[in-house]
Design a protein around this ligand. Structure first.
Ligand SMILES: [Cu+2]
Length: 179
């Protein structure tokens, strides 16, 4: 029974594994003793992923520019958060910079930079019958390049479809084995 429950949980969790939430500093959280250069090593941050900052009342999270990150300047923060439980969605590709604005903390290492890569590099294949990809048509008129409108509905629908397909045979097999 435990096995079955675990297996079904795995199946249920699979589609949700697409966007990842990273807990900054893991169990250490967002604090003066964290090693955030080390923490980012080996991680790939993708558009749509989120960062969760956990911190106490003496800290905060400022989203800043690169130069303000380099100089630990919180005077021009792009956004500021001090709720102790801040979730930042990585909504654009490229670098993002975070510092703690409390005096001395950033200089002491309480600063984080992540590089966000675009989603879709390893997205599931598009279903057949999808329109041809724009941008390769050698038309004479400089047609306006259609913006790459993200289609959040496509990937989940594929995954749900595969999930439904996979679910019933697997469930049947489990019940057959257990009976
Ligand atoms: Cu701090």
């Amino acid at each position: 029974m435990g096995f079955t429950a675990a297996f079904l949980l795995l199946l249920l969790a699979a589609p949700a594994a697409h966007a990842v939430q990273y807990i900054v500093g893991d169990s250490v959280g967002w604090t003066t003793t964290g090693d955030y250069e080390g923490w980012v090593q080996g991680k790939t941050f993708t558009v749509g992923d989120t960062l969760l900052f956990n911190y106490g009342g003496s800290h905060a999270v400022d989203v800043v520019s690169k130069s303000d990150y380099d100089n630990c300047n919180s005077g021009n923060a792009l956004s500021s958060h001090n709720d102790g439980n801040t979730v930042i969605t990585l909504s654009n590709s490229g670098p993002m910079y975070f510092i703690c604005p409390t005096i001395g903390h950033c200089a002491g290492g309480m600063k984080l930079s992540v590089n966000v890569v675009a989603a879709g590099g390893n997205s599931p294949p598009t279903p057949s019958g999808s329109p041809t990809t724009p941008g390769t048509t050698p038309s004479g008129g400089s047609s306006t390049p259609s913006p790459p409108s993200p289609r959040p509905s496509r990937a989940p629908s594929i995954m749900n479809y595969g999930f439904v397909l996979a679910f019933w045979p697997v469930l049947g097999a489990i019940l057959a084995v257990m009976s």
